[in-house]
Design a protein around this ligand. Structure first.
Ligand code: SAH
Length: 348
């Protein structure tokens, strides 16, 4: 608990302190960290939860991440792409339900060139000038990031996956490089995006040193958003037989991130909601302040399967929102209709 107090006071720990905390924490530390994280988040955001509508617009992917169900080599899934009209329809439905951020996510699909994406983004921004657009379409060239930013993209999510280069190699084929991923994150930040990174809790071959590096990377990079959730195996990947990441460890990391970076926008991720029916509520109570419901058309939801049993209700958005509001109010929180921008150092 001493180390958690120190993190709260100084907003950083040394490598050896991280190592000590991450290798020896017990349940009491986790509940204490959640308690501190809730106090921190309450001061910054009150009891309001931001929502982001996720549109998974293509599951084609040229990459081959060993953990991911939509990897190139998985020939068992049906591939799909949404049209611009489909995407705009999702936004229209989402906007009428109170969404003021749209997250466009896909595999790395060369069909969606920067020009095509820029056209879609600028159309969304024209139609919904009160809304933010977030892209999550993987590693691109610096000039592509610049062009998409100029088209009106506000934010970009690109998880670093792991801050340990060797570990990265154990999770990806040789042609995917950790250095390039890190270069992309720096480019995104330099371009002016609110940038999100993050790692997978309990990924195969992850050890304490990897986690220490993840926390130190987050501390140095100081991202506006962090996406973390448990590893969940997918049956048609090389990691099919690997163990699912732990709920408790995921919650502990959410709390540590909140304590270390009080302003950060921190979702209770879909993966958390997948391994526990109350995962999202537990995430909020551990210091998360964002929920990212799915706005994709129900006909494609089952096809964006990053891992087994990915939580995806095929009920329509309005019904989902009633359920979500109920769930949030049952733990004393409510959903805020707002873009929910980062309010820390850069964009206040
Ligand atoms: N192509 C985009 C989006 C990737 S999918 C990109 O490269 O950024 C979004 C995230 O899902 C990934 O970054 C990864 O962290 C997570 N993910 C993928 N497979 C997973 C699995 N089996 N378990 C848990 N998280 C997974």
């Amino acid at each position: 608990m001493e180390l958690i107090d120190r993190l709260n006071k100084e907003k950083r720990l040394s490598s050896s302190e991280w190592k000590k905390l991450l290798s020896s924490w017990i349940e009491e530390d986790r509940t204490y960290a959640a308690f501190i994280a809730r106090t921190v988040v309450l001061q910054k955001f009150g009891k309001s939860i931001y929502i982001r509508g996720v549109i998974e617009f293509s599951n084609f992917c040229k990459n081959d991440c060993y953990y991911c169900g939509i990897r190139h080599s998985n020939s068992k899934i049906g591939r799909y792409r949404l049209s611009k009209e489909d995407i705009l329809n999702c936004c229209q439905k989402g906007h009428s339900q109170g969404f003021r951020t749209f997250v466009l996510q896909s595999g790395e699909d060369p069909y969606f060139t920067t020009d095509k994406l820029a056209d879609i983004v600028s159309e969304i921004k024209n139609k919904y000038p009160d809304s933010a657009v977030t892209l999550s379409v993987g590693e691109l060239k610096p000039e592509d990031y610049t062009n998409l930013f100029k088209a009106g993209t506000d934010r970009y999510l690109l998880r670093h996956e792991t801050a340990d280069e060797k570990h990265y190699k154990a999770l990806h084929p040789a042609k995917q490089s950790w250095k390039n991923r890190m270069r992309c994150l720096q480019d995104l930040k330099d371009t002016g995006y609110q940038t999100g990174c993050g790692f997978i809790v309990g990924a195969p071959y992850q050890n304490i040193d990897c986690m220490v590096k993840d926390m130190e990377f987050l501390s140095n990079f100081n991202p506006e958003m962090i996406g973390i959730g448990p590893f969940i195996p997918h049956k048609d990947t090389p990691f099919a037989a690997e163990k699912t990441g732990s709920l408790e460890t995921s919650l502990f990391f959410l709390s540590l991130c909140r304590i270390m970076l009080p302003d950060v926008l921190l979702p209770a991720t879909t993966a958390l909601g997948t391994i526990d029916p109350e995962g999202r509520e537990k995430g909020i109570l551990a210091g998360a302040n964002v929920i990212m419901p799915n706005l994709s058309p129900s006909r494609v939801r089952g096809k964006y399967m990053l891992y087994n049993n990915k939580q995806n209700s095929d009920v329509e958005t309005s019904r989902c929102m009633i359920d979500l509001r109920k769930r949030m109010s049952s733990i004393g929180y409510d959903i805020k209709i707002s873009r929910g921008d980062y309010k820390g150092r850069n964009n206040s």
